[in-house]
Design a protein around this ligand. Structure first.
Ligand SMILES: [Fe+2]
Length: 497
């Protein structure tokens, strides 16, 4: 349908009447929607106190939404490790492959050259994404931009090597590509730019267009690589995936009883939602499987199992109680026995031989990109989440920074806080668009849908630590998100007592 100016006029008027303001881009998209849907959309925006309506709001409303429900009434029965009878028949063949994983081949010497190569790789991968965007495809390298005439309109893409604020409150970026560098000024009176400026991290790649000054671009428009809005891939089979992370086995705060309750539920020991338990074919665990040793000063006082191999043996004992037709995909976190620098290799076999000997276990790296029955799943423990959370008021909703990662198409843009193992290729660029994106690390369950991608943080199995108290992070232990790969229905089960 071709939008007419009258329909655009009507839409503008309708939204203005409700104190909602649309960008030109938004009006054009809305002009193609049914008018009844528009009323629902207005209600949706009003409930969220939105004033300026952008593409993100449209995408979040019109693309499939996650339906969540916190459930599970625990009846209080005792929890002996009784006979776990394999009770769940397979509903479909397993069909998964690892699309991209870090392997033992990805070794790094941490040399200066490794870092240069990694940033070059980042720039090349992300600038290719800008080349594919209609709005940015004619961008020029900085060496060309700098030869243009003052007051010319310019368009370029660069790594943000510095981000500061001027005395007048404007944001000033230093952008660099393989040919040159230049300053870029984002005026504080431009609300869109000011909003974008608040989310910028150093070492990310952005696209800008604006007017050239003397060694500076006065920016009119800034873009992130971003993901396109789209319908996600669906599994043909009616399959559920359980997602969890941050068990911290070995810590005195590990909530073993609740974890056993989850295992009993997987074994159909409860009627509650048994129809879903029967269809779970994968359990994704996104890091911090054990508490580890020597991770922070004084950790020995918080451990009930001080030996890391013993911690993994205990974990294996628990995981062996899960019905064997459920494939367990285990990725490491910063507490696990592998290098701490990202990308992380899988947990090392010498520390966890029992896990490696389990037929239904696949040990993967961090990050890892999987194909589960055609659904593309990105797993990342979440080392960089605190870099992002430092920029926002809300300190424990991981789904907000996860959306930022998707916009920036990078899992850990800022160099400095998260240990990094540089290599020829920057493996933390989000090259392919995931349908499902999972992190852990923050210990707080949260989720949302962004442009068709289901974004979720798993939660944890650990009570609030002293460290979390100092950061005012309130964990949500024992919650397990369950996702249907065919319908994208989601339930969050709470196994806490
Ligand atoms: Fe953790």
């Amino acid at each position: 349908m071709i939008e007419t100016s009258s329909s655009i006029g009507i839409i503008n008027e309708k939204f203005n009447r409700n104190n909602l303001f649309l960008t030109t881009d938004s009006v054009e998209v809305l002009a193609t929607q049914e008018s009844t849907k528009l009323d629902e959309f207005i209600e949706y925006l009003k409930k969220r106190n939105v004033t300026f309506v952008g593409r993100d709001h449209i995408d979040s409303f019109f693309y499939p939404q996650v339906e969540a429900e916190a459930t599970f009434e625990y009846t209080g029965e005792n929890l002996p490790l009784d006979e776990f009878v394999p009770a769940t028949p397979l509903t479909a063949d397993h069909d998964f492959r690892i699309i991209k994983d870090v392997t033992r081949k990805v070794l790094s010497e941490g040399t200066c050259k490794n870092f240069v190569d990694m940033f070059r790789s980042r720039y090349r991968k992300l600038s290719r994404m800008f080349r594919a965007k209609p709005t940015m495809r004619d961008f020029q390298p900085l060496s060309v931009v700098k030869k243009m005439k003052i007051k010319d309109m310019v368009k370029t893409v660069g790594i943000v090597t510095d981000c500061g604020t001027t005395r007048n409150g404007h944001t000033i970026l230093t952008l660099e590509d393989e040919t040159d560098s230049i300053k870029a000024l984002l005026h504080s009176r431009n609300e869109t730019l000011a909003e974008q400026a608040r989310t910028i991290l150093t070492d990310e790649v952005v696209g800008v267009s604006g007017i050239l000054g003397q060694d500076i671009i006065f920016v009119n428009h800034l873009e992130f690589p971003d993901i396109p809005g789209r319908e996600p891939n669906h599994s043909e089979e009616d399959i559920w995936v359980a997602v969890t992370s941050d068990l911290h086995v070995g810590s005195s705060s590990f909530m073993e009883k609740a974890f056993l309750r989850f295992i009993r539920w997987l074994n159909l020991k409860y009627d509650h939602r048994a129809e879903i338990a029967r269809k779970i074919q994968y359990l994704l665990v996104v890091g911090d499987l054990v508490d580890g040793v020597g991770i922070y000063p004084g950790q020995e006082n918080d451990l009930v199992i001080p030996d890391i191999m013993e911690q993994y043996r205990n974990l294996a004992t628990l995981l062996k109680l899960i019905p064997s037709h459920i494939t367990l995909i285990l990725a490491p976190g910063n507490h696990d026995a592998t290098r701490i620098a990202e990308p992380q290799l899988p947990i090392l076999e010498e520390y966890a031989p029992d896990l490696y000997s389990m037929e239904n276990v696949r040990m993967v790296g961090n990050p890892c990109f999987l194909d589960l029955h055609s659904v593309k799943v990105l797993l990342y423990h979440g080392g960089s989440l605190f870099d992002f959370l430092a920029l926002q008021k809300e300190h424990d909703d991981a789904s907000v920074p996860m959306v930022e990662m998707l916009k920036k198409r990078h899992l850990c843009p800022m160099y400095g806080n998260v240990p990094m193992a540089p290599s020829e290729e920057d493996l933390l660029v989000i090259e392919d668009v995931p349908d499902v994106f999972v992190t852990g690390h923050i210990h707080v369950n949260s989720y949302q849908n962004y442009r068709g991608t289901t974004v979720l943080n798993a939660g944890c199995w650990m009570e609030q630590s002293e460290y979390q108290k100092t950061r005012n992070i309130k964990p949500t232990p024992c919650k397990v998100p369950l996702l249907n790969l065919k319908t994208y229905n989601m339930l969050v089960m709470d196994f806490g007592a």
